[in-house]
Design a protein around this ligand. Structure first.
Ligand code: HEM
Ligand SMILES: *[C@@H]1O[C@H](CO)[C@@H](O)[C@H](O)[C@H]1NC(C)=O
Ligand SMILES: *[C@@H]1O[C@H](CO)[C@@H](O)[C@H](O)[C@H]1NC(C)=O
Length: 323
């Protein structure tokens, strides 16, 4: 709301304040006239990146989530001053990747429309494209975000963690305006991509209740997990989070959660709470709500968290540094 006091003080600025009447809101097609090819440019870069490395699609989807959960969708996660104080180095952001794809998209956008398209919008567009290119739903992505002026590792201290209880996961989502239903649907993003054994091992060998394995793991699945992630093995080995369907965006992840084949403890936890269990089951029933349509709706909600619009913040020239 800082923009308002500015309006009152500087009368000449009134016009631009009136034009910026939709301040605080993102909208579909923000770049229609200022950079008509913006979405096509991002889509093309994301597509090319997936040809050279299929992992880029899930990585870009995750990057947008991690951006939005800390200080809003403001590209704060992209800032890289090679300092331990950078948000991107937070423990809660371990494993985030895809930065090079964002950088490539930004370079092409700067060549086409210098100083127009924000890095936070690139993240939102790339996440949408990643879902679609993984055979998931298409949705109209809202744009008009501005890039933030903060990158602070402390602010990422409350990222959702794999070991969080379902109660804690729900609370962390609620704090961002997202419901238990959104938590279930957005966790469905784990339908694509991989995790490092780093995030799975404690579930296999040091589960708090018994210093052994998480009893919610399907006994038929446990030996498979243990063979991929052996005790004291390489924690960087990666495995699919949606066993058997990790390259295709579909609701199989929810079926896997129901049958005790979730890989991440936070996904398994969704089946240990009445409300979230009911949500998981609803998508598996026939006729049920559409997982694809609801995923798109929750992504749009995610993309609205703490956005900066109008004259706040800036349009970064390079996504990894403030102007
Ligand atoms: C509910 C809380 C969540 C937790 C605790 C969580 C945790 C994790 C962990 C531990 C990984 C593996 C990281 C790695 O080893 O590189 C991961 C990967 C991933 N997460 Fe989540 N996640 C959560 C929610 C979400 C949400 C809301 C989205 C997107 C809407 C998302 C999208 C992804 C994707 C696509 C990957 C794969 C990344 C890749 O392959 O590079 N996650 N998540
Ligand atoms: C941009 O164009 C699309 C498609 O014609 C339209 O749906 C959208 O409302 C437009 N957005 C703006 C802000 O002009
Ligand atoms: C980072 O955020 C924390 C928590 O809000 C605050 O105490 C600290 O002063 C911030 N650090 C910088 C360098 O702004």
């Amino acid at each position: 709301m800082g923009g308002y006091s500015y309006c009152r003080i500087v009368g000449l600025i009134m016009i631009s304040c009136l034009l910026g009447g939709s301040e605080g809101k993102v909208r579909v097609g923000f770049y229609n006239t200022s950079c008509p090819n913006a979405e096509a440019i991002v889509r093309n870069v994301v597509h090319q990146s997936s040809i050279s490395d299929q992992n880029n699609l899930p990585s870009l989807l995750r990057l947008h989530f991690h951006d939005c959960f800390v200080h809003g969708c403001d590209a704060s996660i992209l800032i890289d001053r090679a300092s331990e104080a950078d948000e991107k180095r937070a423990f809660g952001h371990q494993g985030v990747r895809g930065f090079d794809v964002v950088q490539t998209a930004k370079a092409q956008l700067e060549a086409a429309c210098p100083g127009v398209v924000s890095c936070s919008d690139i993240l939102a567009m790339a996440a949408r494209d990643a879902v679609f290119l993984s055979k998931g739903p298409w949705y109209d992505v809202e744009t008009g975000r501005r890039d933030g002026l903060v990158s602070n590792v402390t602010l990422a201290a409350h990222m959702p963690d794999v070991a969080d209880s379902i109660h804690k996961l729900k609370a962390k989502f609620l704090a961002k305006g997202l419901t238990a239903q959104d938590l279930v649907i957005l966790s469905g993003a784990h339908t694509i991509g991989t995790t490092a054994c780093f995030f799975v091992n404690s579930r296999l060998y040091e589960f708090p209740a018994n210093r052994g394995s998480d009893p919610s793991i399907n006994p038929g699945f446990l030996p498979e997990l243990k063979s991929v992630c052996p005790k004291n093995g390489d924690v960087n080995v990666r495995l699919a989070m949606d066993r058997g369907s990790e390259q295709v965006f579909d609701k199989q992840i929810l079926g896997n959660i129901r049958s005790g084949m979730a890989v991440l403890q936070s996904d398994a936890a969704l089946y240990q709470d009445e409300a979230t269990k009911r949500a998981v089951d609803s998508y598996l029933g026939l006729p049920g709500p559409s997982f694809e349509a609801d995923f798109a709706a929750s992504m749009i909600k995610l993309g609205r968290i703490g956005v900066w619009t109008g004259s706040k913040g800036q349009i970064r020239r390079v996504c990894s540094s403030f102007n």
